[in-house]
Design a protein around this ligand. Structure first.
Ligand SMILES: Nc1ncnc2c1ncn2[C@@H]1O[C@H](COP(=O)(O)OP(=O)(O)OP(=O)(O)O)[C@@H](O)[C@H]1O
Length: 246
C-alpha cells in the first residue's frame, strides 16, 4: 500500500495557478527530496501533506484513505526555524508534545504515563545525540543542537511521515553534514517516510532515495501565473545514496 498518493492535484490561489495536474505516490520508508525553482510550490505541496492545506482540485490519500483534514502525530514537520519553547529545558521540550497528545485537557502527565514519556524522550534524545544536553535550555544550545531538538520533538511521536522544509538551510555547512549523517542514521533505523524540501541539489541526492523535480511544463511570459508546476522528473537516487562516503 502507498503511504501517500496524490492524484491530479491542482492548487490555485485566486487567478494564480501554483500546482497543476500533479501525480505522486510514495511507499513507507521512502525518502523523497523536492527540488525546483523558488516559488514553484514545494512548500505548498508539503503543507498539503501535513494536512493544513487542501488541494483546489484532485485527491490526496494517506495509507489508502481520504487525507486527514488536520495535522496529526502520524505526520511530523521540521521547519528551517526552530520550534523549541524557550522556557522549557531540552527533555521537557520533547515531553510537551506527548503531554498534549495524551492529556488534551490537563496538559500534564502523571505516574506511570509520565515515567513512560520520559523513557521515550530519553531514547529519542540519545538517537539525536542530545542525551548530555537534556537539562539545558534552548538559548544554551547551538543551531545544530536546536535543530536536533526539533527533529526529536517530531520523532518522539513516531510519525509514519516526516516532513522537512529546508531543515538545515540556516546551519553552517559543517553542522549540516553532521545533520545529514544523523538523518540517514535515524531513517535507516526507524524507516519512516520522508518528504524534504531543499535548495541544495547535492543534499537532495545524498539523502533522498528519490529526487522529485518540480517545475512548470508550459510558461506564458506575459502571464507567469497562468500555468502551475508539477513533478517534471522523478529520479531514483538510491544508488547515489548508498555510494555516499561517510
Ligand atoms: N496562502 C497563499 N495565498 C496566496 N498565494 C500563496 C499562498 N501560499 C503560497 N502562495 C504562492 O504560491 C507560490 C508557491 O509558494 P511556495 O512557498 O509553495 O513555493 P516554494 O517552491 O516552496 O518556494 P521557495 O523555494 O522560494 O521556498 C508562490 O507564488 C506563493 O506566493
Amino acid at each position: 500500500m502507498n503511504l501517500v498518493e496524490a492524484k491530479n492535484i491542482w492548487k490555485i490561489y485566486g487567478d494564480s495557478i501554483v500546482l497543476e495536474n500533479l501525480n505522486f505516490s510514495m511507499k513507507e520508508g521512502e525518502f523523497c527530496t523536492l527540488v525546483g525553482p523558488s516559488g514553484c510550490g514545494k512548500t505548498t505541496f508539503l503543507r498539503m501533506l501535513l494536512g493544513v492545506e487542501n488541494p483546489t482540485k484532485g485527491k490526496l490519500f494517506f495509507e489508502g484513505n481520504d487525507y486527514p483534514q488536520e495535522p496529526s502525530d502520524e505526520r511530523g514537520i521540521v521547519f528551517q526555524r526552530y520550534s523549541t519553547l524557550s522556557h522549557l529545558n531540552v527533555i521537557d521540550n520533547v515531553i510537551i508534545g506527548l503531554e498534549f497528545e495524551s492529556s488534551k485537557f490537563f496538559g500534564k502527565l502523571f505516574g506511570s504515563k509520565k515515567k513512560e514519556a520520559y523513557e521515550k524522550a530519553e531514547e529519542i534524545l540519545k538517537a539525536v545525540g542530545l542525551q548530555d544536553a537534556r537539562n539545558k535550555f534552548p538559548h544554551e544550545l547551538s543551531g545544530g543542537m536546536k535543530q536536533r531538538l526539533s527533529i526529536a520533538q517530531s520523532l518522539v511521536k513516531k510519525p509514519k511521515l516526516l516532513l522537512l522544509d529546508e531543515p538545515f538551510g540556516a546551519l553552517d555547512p559543517g553542522i549540516s553534514l553532521d545533520m545529514h549523517e544523523l538523518l540517514l542514521d535515524i531513517h535507516s533505523k526507524l524507516n519512516f517516510g520522508v518528504v524534504m524540501v531543499t535548495h541544495d541539489i547535492s543534499e537532495a541526492f545524498k539523502l533522498g532515495t528519490r529526487v522529485l523535480v518540480f517545475d512548470k511544463v508550459k510558461v506564458d511570459e506575459k502571464y507567469p501565473n497562468r500555468y502551475g508546476s508539477t513533478i517534471v522528473n522523478d529520479i531514483d537516487s538510491s544508488k547515489e545514496r548508498k555510494n555516499v562516503k561517510k
